[in-house]
Write a protein that binds this ligand. Structure first.
Ligand code: CP
Length: 304
């Protein structure tokens, strides 16, 4: 069975194939009829054990654009609340002749664990602070679209690196494609292993922005912290928030990204988030084509 559990488990060639396939689907979803009949024989279950707006709707739309049958499961409104295990929950859903599972879960490694116990393709839609592979793919796809290529570009990921699955998956994806990657944020929000991933730590935001072509701004994930890691939100914003004044003081124009959800006025001000420098909504738009590509490629293996 084939899965997309993390960028760690795929190759540069896999990413190139996903992007070429996404290019085709991007053209498809810009047609008056945005659907193709490719997956009429495939049923997909979207299992969300953690909240989502973009990823959940983007996967559902991607699946429907491919003509798959789709069922949606939200843990909050399910029998998980009555004590049913993850394996039992998923096996019950699979017994309804489901071929593929898209899963978001608060526990790191939930998809990897599940892949050892079920007989269906799994796409990881975010597992705790571990990986969010389709987010990293749509991020790189958006850089490629904006700047022509990912190879050789200087990309800084700014913010709460410690709790961010977006950061880890982006680091793997960007490095695979030959980008130069730095991370920037408070020391308290840097994982100890970060330099072993081949990225440089820059604690000074201005220096990081002066170096980069692209800055990917992350939200501080307060929901994953037992204690306050950084003295205050105000201090975080003063040291690691981007605003128009700061960007205008650089001697070049950089591309601003954000995976969403944004905390306006904390890591990014509205005058930056809503500016032409930001490609935040392009990222969301590209997410549908990239997820269509991932699902299509995995489904073609199910059909073999
Ligand atoms: N970027 C992202 O994963 O957003 P959601 O949590 O809304 O899915």
């Amino acid at each position: 069975v084939n899965h997309l559990l993390g960028i760690k488990y795929i190759t540069a060639a896999d990413i190139e194939l996903i992007f070429k396939t996404a290019d085709h689907f991007k053209e498809v979803i810009n047609r008056p009829i945005k659907k193709v009949p490719s997956l009429r024989d495939i049923t997909i279950a979207n299992l969300f054990f953690e909240n989502s707006t973009r990823t959940k709707l983007s996967f559902e739309l991607a699946e429907k654009r491919l003509s798959a049958d789709v069922i949606n499961f939200s843990a909050a409104a399910s029998s998980v609340k009555k004590g049913e295990t993850l394996i039992d929950t998923v096996n019950n859903i699979l017994s309804m002749k489901v071929d593929m599972v898209v899963m978001r879960h608060p526990n790191p490694g939930a998809g990897i664990f599940l892949s050892k116990h079920i007989k269906a393709s799994i796409v990881n839609a975010g597992d705790g602070a571990h990986e969010h592979p389709t987010q990293a793919l749509l991020d790189s796809y958006s850089i490629r679209e904006k700047l022509g290529d990912v190879a050789g570009k200087n990309v800084v990921i700014v913010g709460d690196i410690l709790h961010s699955r977006v950061a880890l998956s982006n680091i793997y994806a960007l490095k695979l494609q030959g980008a130069n990657v730095k991370v920037c944020g408070p020391k308290t929000l840097m994982p100890k292993y970060i330099e072993s991933l081949g990225v440089e730590v820059e604690l000074d935001l201005r220096k990081a922005l002066e170096w980069c072509d692209v800055a990917n701004m992350l939200r501080v994930q307060n929901e994953r912290m037992d204690i306050s890691y950084f003295p205050s939100t105000r201090e975080y914003t003063q040291q690691y928030g981007v605003n128009k004044q700061l960007l205008n003081s650089l001697n070049k124009e950089i591309v601003i990204m954000h995976p969403g959800p944004i905390n306006r006025g904390v890591e990014i001000t509205s005058d930056v988030a809503d500016s032409d420098q930001a490609i935040i909504l392009d990222q969301v738009q590209n997410g549908v084509a990239v997820r269509m590509a991932v699902i299509y490629l995995l489904a073609s293996k199910i059909k073999q």
